[in-house]
Design a protein around this ligand. Structure first.
Ligand SMILES: Nc1ncnc2c1ncn2[C@@H]1O[C@H](COP(=O)(O)OP(=O)(O)OP(=O)(O)O)[C@@H](O)[C@H]1O
Ligand SMILES: [Mg+2]
Length: 260
């Protein structure tokens, strides 16, 4: 057995025994997300001020588990862990290959997942720097991403719009399009999975999340992804009784100026 890994494991056990990481049952996290590399990464993050303890799960997705972390100063942080076992490597490869920021040509799954997490970090950063309403990225290490927690003081996360309908859908969509406009024209990114699942309703203001698949404007699939994003948001808000056409949405995000 790799002695370095087993040493890190032991230290994590010590942390766990001190109740700094609650047991798996309590976390409702299947043990397969905590493989050795992930444990080692969490341990490394735990040695720095970024993260002190893990305190329950916010969401289990297809590829990632999102956990609530607590920092030394008692503030909350989101810990997004990509599971090696269930990641869609074909998709990752497809999106990364056309991205001029990533030169990697790899079939190594871990390298690909690390690049994917790094891509999400960089996309978040790029949008955050342009004042888009998006969680502030903190650090990316291997398959783990730490980001700002969006929620209340007690650690309750703000819910996706899908589960928490806006009080005023017309006004909420306006705010979404205002943010999307900055995301596209200032951060120069296309989201690629824009939907009510990936927009949080934080006190009736939208916060865009889940930007791992987002691409730069000169990525070959950017125009296609943008059209799909517009269609999604149009359909979802029409269901919420907002009378807006696709052309009106396009006008609000200055569609004609995007790929010039
Ligand atoms: N910064 C955050 N603050 C609060 N909650 C968050 C934050 N980021 C993510 N979440 C919660 O975790 C859920 C999943 O996050 P995200 O969309 O980033 O992962 P995912 O990659 O979509 O997972 P999957 O697509 O596999 O379901 C979100 O729907 C949201 O409820
Ligand atoms: Mg999502």
């Amino acid at each position: 057995m790799d002695s370095k890994i087993s040493k890190a494991d032991l230290k994590l056990e010590k942390i766990a025994s001190e109740k700094r990481i609650k047991d798996n049952d309590e976390l409702k996290v299947s043990s397969d997300i905590f493989d050795k590399q992930t444990l080692e990464t969490l341990y490394k993050l735990g040695k720095q001020p970024y993260l002190d303890l893990l305190n329950g799960e916010i969401s289990t997705g297809k590829e990632a588990n999102v956990l609530l972390g607590i920092k030394e100063d008692s503030s909350f942080v989101v810990v997004k862990i990509y599971r090696i076992a269930t990641s869609d490597f074909k998709k990752m490869q497809y999106y990364i290959q056309g991205d001029p920021r990533f030169k990697i040509r790899t079939h190594n799954k871990r390298q690909l997942i690390n690049a994917w997490v790094n891509k999400e970090f960089r996309n978040l950063n790029r949008a955050y720097e342009k004042n888009v309403s998006i969680p502030k990225p903190i650090v990316a290490m291997n398959n783990v991403l730490l980001l700002e927690f969006i929620g209340d003081e007690d650690g309750n996360p703000s819910q996706p719009v899908k589960n928490q309908k806006p009080e005023d859908p017309d006004d909420f969509l306006d705010k979404i399009l205002f943010e999307l406009n900055k995301f596209i024209h200032d951060a120069k990114l296309i989201h690629g999975d824009f939907s009510n699942f990936n927009i949080l309703n934080h006190n009736q203001y939208p916060v865009i999340i889940d930007v791992s698949q987002s691409v730069v404007l000169d990525h070959p699939i950017a125009p296609e992804l943008l059209d799909r994003d517009i269609l999604n948001i149009h359909n979802e808000f029409n269901k919420l009784k907002v009378k807006i056409s696709i052309d009106e949405i396009k006008e609000k995000i200055n569609y004609d100026k995007i790929f010039k």
